[in-house]
Ligand binder design. Structure first.
Ligand code: PAF
Length: 280
């Protein structure tokens, strides 16, 4: 496994991979890898000849007062996990390398970025789309892999790729959960044991949504009411949103008659967690 900090050196290697007509799979990450990331790396390993994992805590997707400084980092552990999961190349640039002096070009995907996380984290998806577009230009992947846990992110990236005719296929892989249902996230590391228990309310609320839907409930308002009740039973939980939206434009639904995304964002103490399920 090769590790690159330099864009130039990585691009040289990518050029020779392309000359050999090998396919490239890219797994963009911010590091502090967990099973969710590793499942993406393993999938890329199965699908493509050369697996590139990027590890970069992207400063421009964090708002003022968010957790950029505290974001967990452990490069040596990440490199071990990348190697064990089948990565060929790790790209680990610094902020200076990615955003050199005078950087001033951004990708703004309008529409699906206004809602859900976009509403409470203004500028977040502009930062995500910009860094992912840069990674696509640097790595030139055939396929790029994202997790369903960040459902809105995956939709935004797909829209960017479609709108800008980027020659890459996007594959979205299922959420990986802890045994008790908590969706894996690097931010789970912030939770103390009590908060870790409270965090389960997200999963419980989504299970309730699935149960109510299975029993025939099609009114999003009623489902959301029940979900909010489940979450707010936990004293430490503060709801950012509980929404039921369509899976393309992320617009609120009056009635569930098509595939719907049930998405939640909840603060447990200072930690903002997100999770979702699809109702089919
Ligand atoms: O999902 C993440 O970890 C990040 O948003 C991503 C896609 C790596 C961009 O920084």
């Amino acid at each position: 496994m090769r590790v690159y900090k330099s864009i130039e050196l990585l691009v040289n290697e990518i050029d020779s991979i392309k000359r050999r007509r090998e396919t490239i799979g890219l797994v963009p990450t911010m590091g502090y890898l967990h099973e969710g990331h590793l499942s993406l790396i393993r999938k890329a390993r199965k699908d493509t000849d050369c697996v590139v994992v990027s590890i970069f805590v992207n400063p421009i997707q964090f708002g003022p007062g968010e957790d950029l400084k505290q974001y967990p980092r452990d490069l040596n552990r990440d490199l071990r996990l990348c190697r064990a999961s089948g990565a060929d190349i790790v790209f680990f640039p610094t902020s200076k390398i990615m955003y050199s002096n005078g950087f001033s070009s951004y990708v703004n995907v309008e529409g699906p970025t206004d809602r859900l996380c976009g509403a409470s984290r203004p500028g977040h998806f502009k930062g995500v789309a910009t860094v992912v577009a840069k990674l696509f230009n640097i790595v030139n992947p055939d396929i790029a892999y994202f997790g369903q846990k960040d459902a809105q992110q995956a939709i935004v990236i797909k829209k960017m790729v479609e709108d800008l005719n980027m020659p890459v296929k996007i594959k979205v892989q299922p959420i990986v959960r802890e045994k008790d249902g908590l969706a894996m996230s690097s931010r789970n590391a912030y939770l103390n044991p009590c908060q870790r228990r409270q965090a389960l309310s997200l999963y419980r609320s989504l299970k309730l949504a699935q149960e109510l839907y299975k029993k025939g409930e099609k009114d999003p308002k009623k489902i959301i009411k029940g979900m909010r009740r489940v979450i707010l039973k936990e004293k430490g939980a503060k709801i950012d949103y509980v929404s039921i939206v369509d899976t393309k434009k992320l617009k609120g639904l009056n009635r569930i008659s098509e595939k719907a995304l049930v998405a939640v964002a909840v603060k447990i103490g200072k930690t903002r967690l997100i999770d979702n399920v699809i109702l089919n």
